[in-house]
Design a protein around this ligand. Structure first.
Ligand code: TRP
Length: 360
């Protein structure tokens, strides 16, 4: 961890294991950026409670499982910092301050929240805490004063809100003029850099049903932890409606969306597209076979890295990684809170949480 590197913050709500959509949408980016940036990966376990307050044991297990997915995918806890949201008090405090900087109605119009309310069938019975998580997410991010936030397309509205909060904070409390461009906010005295979203290679991967976004709960997902056989079976379930190897095919279908996403050999993809479009003697079955092989080649190293954490005692290893990362994260988040409070004329003496938690 070197302080000189620019920082990244992103995270996941622990709701179960991760799938290929998470991988191409964000995980792949995170792994690639680990050398260039000082990376913080947040376990948004508080957010999990906003819709599942009655399931603490599940949330705990999901939190551990998601770390296993991260480690399997290639997040390296020596280079990157894994952060448990509920053990970073500065995030909860900043959430309150930021809640005063966003109009209530603006939160309620957030399109990502609206989509979630529909998708999860929350109706009008969701908790007060549910829309609050969007404000909390601004605090998750800004607590680490990052430059970049690698996320999937569905999170863009949240990042936009976070940028608004940071701009407003710097203007209200740090004397940054409202004509200063976002890039110059820190130079002009702002506490918070205005972070940018970094959208993954594929913003929205469809599920194998080809209609909806890939999602475990919709049963259309290929999980990072699936076995080679499962991968083959699931790819086999993709339907295109094409009847024979000589029928002209439509390369905008779901099968080819997957081909372009997971066969990382441009010349081969072009060749497959051409033959498919022309009906040049190439069957769906053949393409599926080739696609499954590529996906399995991607997942194979993940399977071997995961094995270490699936052994007895694996959960304890994961918990140690979480504790270690969270201790480091609190050093940064406490510093941010201190700077924010000072700007808000709330500097009435500073607690020494980062030091206190060093050895616990
Ligand atoms: N809301 C994000 C999701 O469900 C998870 C998340 C929480 C997050 N805090 C974050 C993502 C901060 C990026 C930055 O995927």
């Amino acid at each position: 961890m070197t302080a000189a590197k620019p920082r990244i913050l992103t995270g996941d709500t622990p709701t179960g294991r991760l799938h290929l959509g998470h991988y191409v949408g964000s995980l792949e980016n995170r792994i690639a950026l680990q050398d260039e940036y000082d990376c913080y990966f947040l376990l948004a376990n508080m957010h999990a409670f906003t819709t599942r307050a009655d399931k603490p044991a599940e949330i705990r297990q999901d939190t551990i499982e998601i770390v296993k997915d991260w480690l399997a995918a290639g997040i390296d806890p020596k280079r990157s910092t894994i952060v448990l949201q509920t053990e970073v008090p500065a995030i909860a405090e900043l959430t309150w301050f930021f809640a005063m900087l966003i109009p209530f109605n603006k939160v309620m119009r957030n399109p990502t929240l609206k989509t979630e309310i529909d998708a999860k069938g929350l109706g009008d019975t969701y908790s007060f805490g549910f829309p609050m998580y969007a404000v909390g997410q601004c605090a998750d991010i800004l607590a680490f004063r990052p430059e970049l936030v690698p996320v999937g397309e569905d999170q863009e509205a949240h990042i936009e809100m976070c940028r608004d909060v940071a701009l407003k904070f710097n203007q209200l409390y740090c004397g940054v003029g409202n004509r200063v461009v976002p890039e110059d906010h820190v130079k002009a005295g702002g506490v918070f850099p205005i972070p940018k979203a970094k959208i993954g290679r594929i913003g929205r991967l469809p599920g194998i049903d080809g209609t909806q976004k890939m999602s475990k709960s919709l049963g259309n997902a290929i999980m990072l932890s699936d076995s080679p056989k499962d991968v083959q079976k699931k790819i086999g379930r993709i339907t295109t409606g094409r009847q024979s190897p000589t029928e002209k095919g439509d390369t905008s279908n779901v099968l080819f969306t997957f081909v372009r996403a997971f066969i990382r050999d441009e010349a081969r993809v072009k060749e497959l597209e051409r033959r498919y479009a022309e009906g040049d003697n190439i069957g769906d079955g053949h393409i599926k076979q080739e696609l499954a092989e590529h996906i399995n080649a991607l997942l194979e190293p993940m399977r071997s890295r995961r094995a270490e954490y699936e052994k007895p005692g694996g959960d304890d290893l994961v918990i140690d990684i979480i504790k270690d990362g969270t201790r480091r994260a609190n050093v940064v988040a406490e510093e941010t809170l201190h700077l924010a409070k000072k700007a808000m004329k709330l500097d009435f003496g500073r607690r020494s949480l980062a030091k206190d938690t060093q050895h616990s």
